[in-house]
Design a protein around this ligand. Sequence first.
Ligand code: 26V
Length: 822
Amino acid sequence: ETTPPIATREHTVDGFVREFLRELNFGQGVDLTRASVNDKYLAMARTVRHYLMTRWLSTLRSQAKLQAKSVAYLSAEFLLGRQLDNALLASGLEDIVSEGLESLGIDLEELRQAEIEPGLGNGGLGRLAACFIDSLATMNVPSIGYGIRYEYGIFKQTFVDGWQVEKPDDWLRLGSPWEFPHPEAAVKVNFGGHVEQYQDDDGVVKRRWVPGWSVLGVPYNYMVPGYDEGRVNTLRLWSARATRAFDLEIFNSGDYAEAVRAQTFAENISKVLYPEDSTPQGKELRLQQQYFFVACSIKDFVDQVLPQDFDLHKLPDRIVFQLNDTHPVIAVPELMRVLVDEKGWDWDEAWAVTKQCFAYTCHTLLPEALEVWPVDLLGRLLPRHLEIIYRINDEFLAELRVAYPHDELRVRRMSIIAEYPVRAVRMAYLATVAGTKVNGVAALHSQLLRDKVLDDFAGYWPEKFTNVTNGVTPRRFLKLSNPGLSGLITEAIGDGWVTDLDQLKGLEPLADDAEFRRRFREIKYANKLRIASVLEQRDGIVVNPDTLFDVMVKRLHEYKRQTLKLLHIVSLYEKITTGKIAVADVTPRTFAFGAKAAPGYVLAKQIIALINAVGRTINDDPALEGRLRIAFPANYNVTLAETLIPAADLSEQISLAGKEASGTGNMKFMLNGALTIGTDDGANVEIRELVGDENFFLFGLTEPQVAEVVERGYHPSAYYETNLDLRNALDLIASGAFSGGDRATFEPIVSNLLNEDRFLALADFQAYVDAQARVDVAYADSEDWTRRAVLNVARGGFFSSDRSMRDYIDRIWHTYPVAPEA
Ligand code: 26V
């Protein structure tokens, strides 16, 4: 049997230049002399992508041949960031390209800047998915990412008078060279209608779904290139189109305008990413999105990826569907529906297979972030799925009544169906019942899941619960984002760390090497200069590289406590302007913030306005002699993170203990040589254990202490009454000092802190200020600070997403690596 050859490209400067010009002239249809930056960027992207194609095709070939078990990572979000640099790295083309472009008089940096990043995620959860698929490809793990190709990603944040104003993120407007649309492979997804009873050919009474309407899902494939000759895996994102049947019916009735309207209705499903990431709104369109991508993905895997004659009883040997939070959990009843209704299996047979095919990752601890779908909504949109969920629940509860014959209360607590305030499906419970494993995303988080959020389930199925601490890809967040430090590391220990981050341990002895520290400092300084120039061009913000860079970048949430950091700044300001401390005694700092607020989260938006207002006041106050500045660039995203994080000295990870599931920014800072000021929360706990207490600025209540304070009854105003510095800071905000004398503007923030303060910012204020004073002392000894910074890098290897993937493989997936065919 002969296999047809796969085309290859010539890995030489001349070869590259030829391919690039071909793309520019034949693909883009322009002459180099008349080509716009975007023309050149598009041609460049397509050229690079062609270089990866051979590996992609061989990956698919070896997969078809070996039929190895795969991971399907189901996620409503993939926050990829820009693609060009990563593709250049993965194809090993960096040198060839810079030489080739130079010979053509083209500036590579200008092309890089032309790329609009695909912002198809809100924050940590979406970026984690992107890091994971990068690691899976690099580690040669057969896997496929399934998600949604939103036409509009996370909104673009702008500031108007310091207030957040959202603009649509039209990321596809200049073309999208990284995707491969496959309209011919579209799949149909049904919605609505009702369920009917019928008799099959053998006279058996069965139930089936009679849908009310349907849409098409068009797959768009993206390459997921592994580093250094690894696999090129696939990310398949679904885009909604109207079905032809949909159109025809109405066209035939002669109502052209209605037909076009119906099309828009269908295409709305993948129109926009929901920008809320903590309080589920229970929106029907969101449930449509979830079912849409999950139904497409299961159908795709069963009908397209698996061989035609595949015996679905062996499905668990070929696939594990990893559920990235509860968003894809409707996949569970969908697979049941496919097996029972479409394949004609009996219920028990289908359930036995289904419950081996899923595993569930939980990403939160906030009760309000746990998704529940009211049964009236679910029954209207997916009537058959609701029936299936009811049956899963009935059988589960019957099983529980056997296990706990005298504890009906417990049985009801564990019901997948909540009865109050409205009857609704608890998606986390459904996922837990159906999954082979349930994992949290950091050691503390997994412990709290077992002890609190899912304690009844952990008691019933102790072996189902496990932890996999998050990680980040060292390719994007060290190698690419910090070329200076990467170069220094490679010089010292070789380049094996890029795929084996534990090798960073080899840097430990160099923490005591003065010359190494000098070069390390020099690189940090260069990174500060780099971000200073970016901020100036991008935002018109001026920062001083000769200051301590103190950085807090993450979504704006009360639990993350941006206000705690702000209170520290306001307190410093108050003390300086009232002469309590001398300006000359203040450590010069640049306080950098980056944060988007969910558009409907009123308090979060007020906090953004307050940060900007304080910034306007202190940045212009001559009394501070430029020693304190706030830099709050709008629209923090992956691209900005890549230049901001490598410049940081201090990483702010100050959530209330027990609320941040893991955090992943904290890991990126550590690996780029920042020290952390942080609470005992999420992965901070593990960071501190690894780097050592003496290299971490710990402060604040621990999770058990928080529970105790809350139990006793928390009264934030007591802290206001007894802590003069805190009172002065809050009074200054309340006085209107940052709002042109208007006391009303920020009154809601102050009164929320005084009367409610759900996340105990006031309780942790003094401890935080004290920890910041320790930071000042430590920073003053620049040699010792650098030594600690080096140790942070050296001890950060654990936080590679390659390690996370190894943990998932060992504890949950049980898959094996398969290299692409040579
Ligand atoms: C939740 C929801 C709730 C329904 C509405 C839409 C929506 C969209 C996204 C989310 C995700 C919230 C959970 C989340 O992002 N968790 C973060 O996950 C990170 C990766 O595990 C982790 O590092 C962060 O600590 C955690 O907050």
